[in-house]
Design a protein around this ligand. Sequence first.
Ligand code: TPP
Ligand code: MG
Length: 522
Amino acid sequence: MTVRTAVLDLLRAFRMTTIFGNPGSTELPLFRQFPDDFRYVLGLQESVVVGMADGYAQATRNAAFINLHSAAGVGHAMGNIFTAWKNRTPLVITAGQQARSILPFEPFLFSSQATELPKPYVKWSVEPARGEDVPHAIARGYYIAMQPPRGPVFISIPADDWEKPCDPLAARVVSSALRPEPRVIDEIGNALDAAERPAFVVGAAVDRDGAWDDVIRLAERHNALVWVAPMSGRCSFPENHPLFAGFLPPMRETIVSLLRGHDVVFALGAAAFTYHVEGFGPHLAEGARLIQLIDDPSIAAWSPTGTTAVASIRLGVQDLLARAAPSSRREVPTGRAKPQRTEASSPMTVAFLMQTLADIRDPGTIVVEEAPSSRRPMQTHLPIVRSETFYTMCSGGLGYGLPAAVGVALARRDRKVIALIGDGSSMYSIQALWSAAQLGLAITFVIIKNGRYAALQEFAPAFGFTAGEPLAGTGLPGIDFIALARGQGCDGVNVSLAEDLRDVLVDALRRPVPFVVEVDVS
Ligand SMILES: Cc1ncc(C[n+]2csc(CCOP(=O)(O)OP(=O)(O)O)c2C)c(N)n1
Ligand SMILES: [Mg+2]
């Protein structure tokens, strides 16, 4: 047995027979006699590779295996490694290194401090001391990546290691979902029972942990309004439920005001809170008490206030449900008002685009979004109503959504995937269209073309710009997304008239292959 055959056996045992990568010389030895039961998914830039793997890992609920090229490949990948870290996506990232015997001579395309390069955005990083230790490093990396809170790990592998003889290594069962302490569950449960007007704030970890149904039951038991935590990467509560209240923005004062009147705020699988702009004063209105259930000890440690249980969200909520139901039922609070229908206009609004999508999509359709200024109208007009049907990034780093949609679609060939991507966002990793075309995935890419970085322009007043003051570096004229798509084997069509939109989208969603719909919006 060689390191290569031992690693391939381990990957089989871990159900990681899809390798996302972009190869270079130092990685080639892994692919000698590449076995038939493995599949190599090529991304034409390393940010695409990691974005696809992230979507795939989230949709399969298992770590994805990545192979990058030495320092240069890890460098290109770094933005989406940061995103995987924030998304808490389990990834086993390997990268080639030059052969050990020439490392003293600073060889071409080596990585001088390979394990330092991806830090601090990996949970663990190693270059094994001996070639024969590589299988153990990959197994250990897999278990670490899968331990909550999940995340990426990094293993640097010198090129000559793959042929080294070594012993086989059997996969193990490592169970790491933790139950909360009963004492703390009692404290949280008592606070919920005694609350007059409780609110839940749900974050991505709820859906990630498979706690969707349990959280609905808990919210219904307590008649609690349910808010979405700022910058959630997944949907964790049906957005058409009567208890659904809406989305909290990443702004301290606004959160305080939106949650005013609630005496107990229960953050589930969510930081309390993620801020994007400077804010001052209390984090919650006076008299309100924060309680939190989170799988991330680091978030638990920086929470400014309240009682926190660090545990599996699913097991924690099940423990709360196992308590006796509160004797007196509160009145049912009023959730978010139904949005007003919006009218067709010329040019078309993003709200009209989202409303049209909501009218025609099947509720089981998966939406992957990266369209910063379109997010508000999407949240209003395109409700997500089922578990595991919405993905965006928790990091804010653009260049994730387009490849993530490809990874999600690869994992879920049973589903239609709609990628809602801003014109600016799509250009960070446009090569993902090529992978989608090669893989024949049924993705509808809706490119929201406003010709600019609108989110930055909308943000400018917060930094002292006056209305209408020009903002450097935010115009995006002259990009033809249909040409870019066709050049990569993917067909597409432009829509500029509101009256054409519905038919174009219906046709795109019926296609069994990827298709780009470039929508001109105001
Ligand atoms: C990697 C990275 N670079 C830059 C930014 C800053 N940024 C935030 S929103 C935005 C504009 C995105 O443009 P587009 O996708 O067209 O969406 P729009 O704002 O027009 O809705 C930019 C550049 C970022 N978040 N991530
Ligand atoms: Mg734009």
